[in-house]
Design a protein around this ligand. Structure first.
Ligand code: G6P
Length: 598
């Protein structure tokens, strides 16, 4: 997990590389470095974030270079292990995102041939391999030959002394080419390049790319030329920047009404006119597979699908699904992933296809790896999400799950035309319901502020709000570092009550539906242990004041749809807790936005 950048043009490469790198910092930020081609290959790297790299960095002349921001997997986050890495002759420099799985045996064999290693990384073996193959001066061929010995996942970018080119290769790690005028770029993600161009070409697995200032050539694994038309990316640079908010996360929380609107656009109208996400087969069950926040979206999806389509849905963590036994049934497999690059989820998609299942991906990033692994794609259209903590991608995943459930329900005839109209009406109202929550941001901040010193916090909900309690706990722990746990409210008495005290706030999602009485009972159990209760309740709930210490009132909408406004309130809750505690909200310690290792 890392971010890589490449540049070949006629401008000074150094500031462009550093600028692009900063936009990739969400991919990892424990060390960083760059290499610029001049008389030789000049490398500079350091431990820590990119701002640490800039401090003390010498001015580097040269118009071709590569750069890297790292999230350590192999070898500690030190300057030695930072990329670029070089072979012993210093002729080439390499940056890498991914993992070379056979690096131990390659390292042994290279060492026995006399190569000396200066880092603990897997990447360094590739630098030595390329250098050994580079004798004849054709860098692209050297990279292709070196790749033949490498197993694993990678996006590599390589420069060599005296060569005005960047050579890159991809296998299961994202890589995109940006086309400019008299300059060309490479990056792990389109957002890194939007300031310079919006004409992009996605590199596919097995391909090797040569980039100079005025040419881009791609060859496939067999060495045959590949011609691929560039895509014009509609995201503006402003889309990818903070837009005046102190953090990307807050900006992204506030973008949610528009994101929901975009997600629904053109997809719900008449039954005949709707976009179809499935072929004509009917499915007797659904299996949702995902990680992290996307998994929590899947858990909500289970309730939505079972309610609207009347078919059973199960949810599994991607890394578990892969090793589970195939059931006899033939479910529709739905892979949920905002990045489309999470390796566990991609592996799960492959496994599902191997099992002969029809696959659908719910994904935010256009052209990302998972889109090539599935039968159908539902784009969430949330726009770029930079904050590590997923917010608008989660909410739009829920929208995609409603849309999928509508289609499944219509196909299975569980959803009548009238019921469908009512569901569509509710979905159309969601941007407004979310805006109402955002208008209460100050109230939520004031309540959160009172609990800033908590060490532990419980989140409870029932039915469709139980996974929302889990997602709220995940948001809280990842950005505020308060230990948060999401629980079905009815389960507290089976263990967690033992942990409650006056210092353990409990956030309760209270919906005026068939779960209401039971939920009030659960809150009373909590209060009896002196724990402060913060209720997220409906605005027509006149009773809740008797049971809760603090109340965040939300406009009442049917429970099937209220996960959307409720999670927005609790995203703000997590955000303001983290802000009050002075945490690095957009870049929490030890976690990264896109996880391309298993
Ligand atoms: C990482 C991120 C999470 C995300 C998870 C799955 O752990 O920090 O925010 O939910 O990966 O990512 P995906 O791109 O597959 O949704």
């Amino acid at each position: 997990m890392c971010g890589i950048v490449g540049y070949a043009g006629d401008k000074k490469a150094q500031p462009i590389l550093v600028d692009c790198l900063k936009r990739l910092e969400y991919r990892g930020y424990d060390s960083a470095g760059l290499a610029v081609v001049n008389d030789g290959v000049q490398v500079y790297k350091s431990e820590g974030e990119i701002t640490a790299l800039e401090t003390g960095m010498p001015s580097m002349e040269g118009t071709v270079g590569i750069a890297h921001t790292r999230w350590a997997t192999q070898g500690k986050p030190t300057a030695e292990n930072a990329h670029p890495l070089q072979g012993c002759g210093g002729k080439v420099a390499v940056v890498h995102n991914g993992i070379i799985s056979n690096f131990m045996e390659l390292k042994e064999s290279l060492t026995s041939e006399g190569h000396e290693f200066s880092s603990e990384t897997d990447t360094e073996v590739f630098a030595h391999l390329v250098e050994a193959e580079y004798e004849d001066g054709d860098l692209l061929e050297a990279v292709r030959r070196a790749l033949k010995r490498v197993d694993g996942t990678y996006a590599f970018a390589v420069v060599a002394r005296g060569r005005d080119e960047v050579v890159a290769a991809r296998n299961e790690s994202p890589l995109v080419i940006g086309l400019g005028d008299g300059e060309n770029f490479l990056a792990s993600d389109v957002t890194a390049l939007l300031k310079y161009t919006n004409r992009m070409v996605h590199v596919m697995d097995g391909e090797v790319v040569r980039l100079t200032k005025d040419s881009v050539s791609i060859v496939n694994a067999e060495g045959a030329p590949v011609v691929r038309a560039p895509e014009r990316i509609a995201w503006s640079l402003e889309d990818a920047e903070k837009g005046g908010y102190p953090h990307f996360m807050l900006k992204e929380i506030f973008e949610q009404p528009a994101a929901i609107h975009d997600s629904l656009l053109g997809r719900i109208g008449t039954v005949e006119g709707d976009e179809s996400f499935l072929d004509d087969s009917s499915f007797s069950s659904v299996k949702i597979v995902a990680c992290g926040t996307s998994y929590n979206a899947g858990l909500v999806g289970k309730y939505i699908i079972e309610e609207l389509a009347g078919i059973p849905a199960t949810v599994q963590i991607s890394s578990e699904y892969r090793y589970s036994a195939a059931a006899r049934e033939n479910p529709l497999v739905v892979l949920v992933t905002q990045s489309g690059e999470t390796l566990d989820t991609i592996a799960a998609a492959r496994e599902a296809r191997k099992r002969g299942n029809h696959t659908v991906a719910i994904v935010n990033v256009t052209g990302s790896a998972i889109t090539r692994e599935v039968d159908h794609v539902i784009y969430t259209r949330a726009g770029p999400e930079i904050g590590v903590a997923a917010t608008k991608t989660f909410v739009t995943q829920l929208i995609a799950l409603y849309l999928l459930a509508i289609e499944l329900g219509s196909k299975s005839r569980t959803l009548t035309a009238q019921a469908r109209r009512s569901v569509v009406g509710q979905l159309r109202n969601l941007p407004r319901a979310v805006q109402d929550v955002l208008n209460q941001a100050e109230t939520i901040e004031a309540i959160a502020d009172k609990y800033r010193d908590a060490r532990d916090m419980f989140f409870i909900g029932r039915n469709i709000h139980y996974p929302i309690a889990m997602e709220a706990a995940l948001k809280t722990k990842e950005i505020s570092y308060i230990h948060g746990e999401g629980y079905p409210a009815g389960e507290l008495k089976h263990g967690p009550l033992a942990l409650l005290s006056k210092d353990t706030p409990v956030v309760a999602i209270v919906s005026r539906d068939h779960t209401y009485e039971k939920m009030i009972g659960n809150i009373s159990e909590v209060s009896a242990r002196s724990s402060p209760v913060v209720a997220v309740a409906n605005d027509d709930d006149t009773e809740i004041g008797k049971f809760a210490d603090e109340i965040i009132y939300l406009r009442r909408i049917p429970s099937l749809f209220s996960p959307v406004p409720v999670i927005v309130a609790l995203q703000l809750w997590a955000y303001y807790l983290a802000k009050a505690r002075g945490c690095p909200i957009d870049k929490p310690r030890n976690i990264a936005k896109t996880v391309t290792v298993e």
